[in-house]
Design a protein around this ligand. Structure first.
Ligand SMILES: Cc1cc2nc3c(=O)[nH]c(=O)nc-3n(C[C@H](O)[C@H](O)[C@H](O)COP(=O)(O)OP(=O)(O)OC[C@H]3O[C@@H](n4cnc5c(N)ncnc54)[C@H](O)[C@@H]3O)c2cc1C
Length: 404
């Protein structure tokens, strides 16, 4: 069997890439080391704009029918207790594909995507772990793998798409991964008793930590706590107790949810941020977390994976059609990705400055409290459908500077 492309990983990035390539008649092989459904540490929030890609992939209805909770916005509580209620803009000039975000357990969401992948002509193999790349001169021509029975096998194709998430074996083998100075860890669990959490997620900013609660079912919320890695390392093996104690210390969270009760063991992931350089060889593209990760505060990881899958598929189809998977040809994808995500990346970095400092977080909260329209605009940027430049529009800046 010969393939046009091998996709490594069947999370949101890999499954979406596999679906899009198969729909265009390409012979695609998708490999994942896991058997789905498989767990994934995540806040489980899907931005309103993610719905557009999900609809294109033919899974939006299945996701909605599976009980995804609709979120009209987020409530953000500042360190001084200021509560901001942000709502996604629903009128011109900015409207999302949907007026709401979605919250859905990854066990359910990733299963829906992989079921859809199975419905296409793509060849999808689970429990096959990619262990190495196969290179020929200045390009990749395939991957080495091992299956659940320990059998080693090589697969060859003119294009390898690395969608194998954080710790991407392909990005590591190509020497592209480096450390990020932002050293944070995320602790995540499910909790009940979060009364009043219905159609909005809640964020509690408490520098240097923050906590996010997303209602993933009517009864249970995804509860995560992000804090400096150094605070958690000594508690390895005692994560449940550490989490329970630290959540109680997050200002305003315990008071807001007195009946909070943890319903699952705590899982940890860190360091969260890492950098991935652009490939210097042909025959390879990086999609989703395999291309780098910063911080989950603004919840765009799955949208980024889905959108980068769309962009990668576009370039892949053109490159394979021209029998040219060289670095210059595939650079079209890197340019498209940069253009698509650069503005939001600037906003997320600015927000990191704010949420990392108590005085800045309190000052920003008071500013947004006076300007509800501005907060909703920010929600639209976070929701991936308002262009970040809208925040620096002269009219917005004038509103910011006007005394209240
Ligand atoms: C604490 C935390 C909270 C987050 N919250 C949110 C949120 O609320 N909303 C949001 O949009 N994003 C969130 N994210 C980010 C989001 O989880 C990721 O960005 C998203 O899962 C990326 O999708 P992906 O397909 O690139 O990678 P993944 O979902 O990680 O999928 C990668 C796949 O590759 C497979 N794989 C790995 N190695 C190999 C190998 N060697 N061989 C074969 N297969 C392999 C894995 O089994 C996996 O199925 C959060 C992240 C963290 C850490």
């Amino acid at each position: 069997m010969t393939w046009d492309a091998i996709v490594v990983g069947a999370g949101p990035g890999g499954a979406a890439t596999g679906i899009l390539l198969a729909e265009r008649g390409l012979r695609v092989l998708v490999l994942d080391r896991a058997k789905f459904p498989r767990p994934k540490i995540c806040g489980e929030y899907l931005s309103p704009e993610a719905s557009r890609v999900l609809d294109r992939l033919g899974v939006l209805k299945a996701v909605e029918d599976a009980g995804a909770v609709r979120l009209r916005g987020m409530v953000i509580t500042a360190p001084d207790g200021t509560r901001l209620t942000g709502t996604y803009p629903t009128s011109a000039p900015w409207r999302g594909y949907r007026d709401h975000a979605l919250a859905i357990p990854r066990l359910v969401f990733d299963r829906i995507l992989t079921d859809r992948l199975r419905d296409t002509a793509a060849d999808f193999h689970e429990r096959v772990r990619v262990t190495d790349v196969i290179a020929d001169g200045d390009r990749l021509v395939g991957v080495e793998s091992v299956d659940a029975a320990g059998r080693a096998r090589s697969f060859r194709a003119p294009l390898v798409i690395a969608a194998d998430g954080r710790n991407s074996v392909i990005a590591h083998r190509l020497g592209l991964v480096s450390r990020h100075p932002l050293q944070r860890v995320a602790l995540m669990t499910y909790a009940s008793g979060l009364e009043g959490l219905a159609d909005r997620g809640e964020i509690f900013v408490d520098p240097p930590a923050y906590s996010i609660a997303n209602p993933v079912t009517p009864a249970v919320a995804n509860l995560s706590l992000v804090l400096p890695l150094a605070h958690a390392t000594r508690y390895r093996g005692r994560l449940d107790a550490f989490f329970d104690e630290r959540v109680r210390q997050v200002r305003h969270l315990a008071a807001r949810f007195p009946g909070l009760s943890r319903e699952a063991p705590v899982q940890a992931l860190g360091p969260l941020a890492y950098r991935v350089a652009l490939p210097r060889v042909g025959g390879v593209m990086l999609v989703g977390d395999a291309a780098g990760f910063y911080d989950p505060f603004t919840g765009e990881g799955m949208f980024t994976a889905l959108r980068s899958a769309e962009l990668a598929a576009e370039t892949a189809i053109a490159a394979l059609g021209a029998s040219d998977c060289s670095v210059p040809r595939l650079a079209a994808y890197e340019r498209a990705r940069r253009d698509a995500f650069r503005g939001k990346q600037r906003v997320t970095r600015a927000l990191q400055f704010v949420i990392g400092r108590r005085w800045a977080a309190n000052r920003a909260a008071r500013l947004f409290e006076r300007r509800a329209g501005l907060l909703d605009l920010l929600m639209g940027v976070i929701g991936d459908f308002v262009p970040p430049r809208a925040l620096i529009h002269p009219r917005t800046l004038a509103a910011l500077l006007r005394p209240s």
